[in-house]
Design a protein around this ligand. Structure first.
Ligand code: PEP
Ligand code: MG
Length: 478
């Protein structure tokens, strides 16, 4: 109440600078409320191997458990496209999200987790255990098979080449396992350095983190996305409490309201880029062209500052390429304007699905409605690739669809040739692309674009994969 009365006083001021200070009071008040309502954390000692079960598993919970101990994740609340699920997939840890069981029913019980079907079986009888052990062995065989072709590029039998790029950033260990061929980093989620600290990381801390990544992939282009907090990615020291967080203060909206955060991050990225010059900058949650123009102004400002401070010329220190995420539906209708402003776009299919279908990607109640094979999503994806080609704008996909076996085949059939995914899915997707032909994938997508529902599309690709003896790649429920 005290904060609200101060906020009202600031908001009533006519000076625009002072008026904006209302948001500072709001931030401080929200942080105070957050700390007051935090419960004292219990100190558990962890067993050697465990399945993490919680009413809502969060990214910070996952970060607090060593990855080698974590055998599975069960979250009562959440959906398959939440960032926890994305991270679990990237780490190769089975996860079941949105389970209607109470915590006490499951605590310390023997369970089978079926991450493909999204189910948990309590007290499994022996025959069922044996059945699942067989499935596990089949899964391991399939993994061995795809890993054997991991060094190959992704080229269809009729010569259509697809760049395979890496998604990284949600966790420090996430990219530790890139073994085979890939073509660069298509998405670095830069939230990590912000989530590992108790306050905003300094410019130097950020520079060090970005430099590690740019050095590690020095021979490749590395696309770093600017800070995308909000929604289900919260910073403990900057909590955002909103009724509709996914429709709220998220991504570029927040950083344009706090240019000081944005400028420090861009300066750090540019400093880190000095040595290898392999950085590309990508803006999240773009919904209007003004946001791109404003963000570009700030990027330019940071670039001029760094150039002057280090006494460099534009030739020695060129401005990196700038791109935007296509994930808010409005952005896909401004592709002609975007083509004039940016060097590339990348589709965030997780958010694009969420916003096109009006289905919260985190809400277990509507998880069944979240479907990236929905006919409307497919039409949007087709429209994007056609429009980008028409306006000569580089386009790729970095949402989970790109690393999903059927999703990758859908996208390749439509004409996409840049797919960015977690390291864990790369070998599988490359294997499938190498085992199929572009002509056949075009036939499949022509059929899928006529489908009435996502389930029909799934059947089209299942039948196709079965006909090529590749049915094992798409298990029931997947
Ligand atoms: C997406 O929305 O598809 C995406 C890649 O970004 P994030 O999952 O981090 O929102
Ligand atoms: Mg997104």
């Amino acid at each position: 109440m005290v904060a609200e009365s101060y906020i009202a006083q600031f908001e009533a001021m006519s000076d625009s600078y002072l008026k904006e200070r209302a948001s500072d009071i709001r931030d401080v008040a929200q942080r105070l409320l957050y700390h007051i309502t935090q419960q004292v954390e219990e100190n558990h000692s962890l067993p050697e191997k465990l399945i993490l079960v919680a009413s809502e598993v969060t990214l910070s919970m996952m970060a607090s458990i060593p990855t080698d101990k974590l055998q599975g994740i069960i979250s009562i609340y959440g959906g398959g496209s939440s960032h926890v699920a994305i991270l679990a997939r990237a780490l190769g840890i089975p996860a079941v999200m949105g389970l209607s069981l109470s915590l006490s029913e499951i605590h310390k019980k023997n369970v089978i987790m079926d991450g493909y079907a999204g189910s948990v079986i309590l007290f499994p009888e022996k025959p069922l255990l044996q059945h699942y052990q067989l499935l596990l062995a089949e899964d391991n065989d399939l993994k061995k098979l795809v890993d054997s072709g991991d060094a190959k590029e992704a080229v269809t039998a009729d010569g259509y080449r697809v760049s395979i790029l890496l998604n990284t950033g949600l966790n420090e260990n996430q990219h530790a396992r890139v073994a085979g061929h890939f073509d660069g980093v298509g998405l670095y989620r830069s939230e990590l350095p912000f989530m590992l600290t108790d306050s905003f990381p300094t410019e130097q801390e950020q520079t060090d983190a970005y430099q590690r990544l740019l050095n590690e992939y020095a021979q490749f282009p590395v696309t770093m996305r600017t800070l995308d907090v909000g929604g289900d990615k919260q910073l403990s020291y900057f909590p955002i409490i909103e009724e509709n967080p996914f429709l709220g203060w998220r991504g570029i909206r927040l950083t344009l309201d706090h240019p000081e955060i944005f400028l420090v991050q861009i300066r750090a990225m540019l400093m880190a880029n000095l040595q290898h010059q392999n950085l590309r900058i990508m803006l999240p949650m773009i919904s209007a062209i003004e946001e791109v123009i404003e963000a570009k102004k700030l990027i330019n400002q940071a670039w001029q500052e760094v150039k002057t401070e280090l006494n460099l010329t534009s030739e020695a220190f060129p401005l990196p390429e700038i791109g935007v995420m296509l994930e808010v539906p409005s952005s896909i209708f401004i592709i002609p304007r975007l083509a004039q402003e940016v060097d590339f776009v990348s589709i965030g299919s997780n958010d694009l699905t969420q916003y096109l279908l009006a289905v919260d990607r985190n809400n277990s109640r509507v998880a069944g409605l979240f479907d990236s094979y929905h006919p409307a999503v497919l039409q949007a994806l087709k429209m994007i690739v056609d429009n980008c080609r028409r306006y000569d704008l580089e386009v790729g996909v970095c949402g989970e669809l790109a690393g999903d076996p059927i999703g990758a085949l859908i996208l390749v059939g439509m004409g996409y040739n840049k797919l960015s995914m977690n390291a864990n899915n790369m070998a599988k997707v490359k294997y499938l692309i190498n085992a199929t032909s572009h002509a056949e994938l075009k036939t499949c997508i022509d059929l899928a674009l006529q489908a009435n529902a996502g389930a029909d599309t799934r059947s089209i690709y299942r039948d196709y994969l079965d006909s090529k003896n590749l049915g094992g790649f798409v298990r029931a429920g997947k």
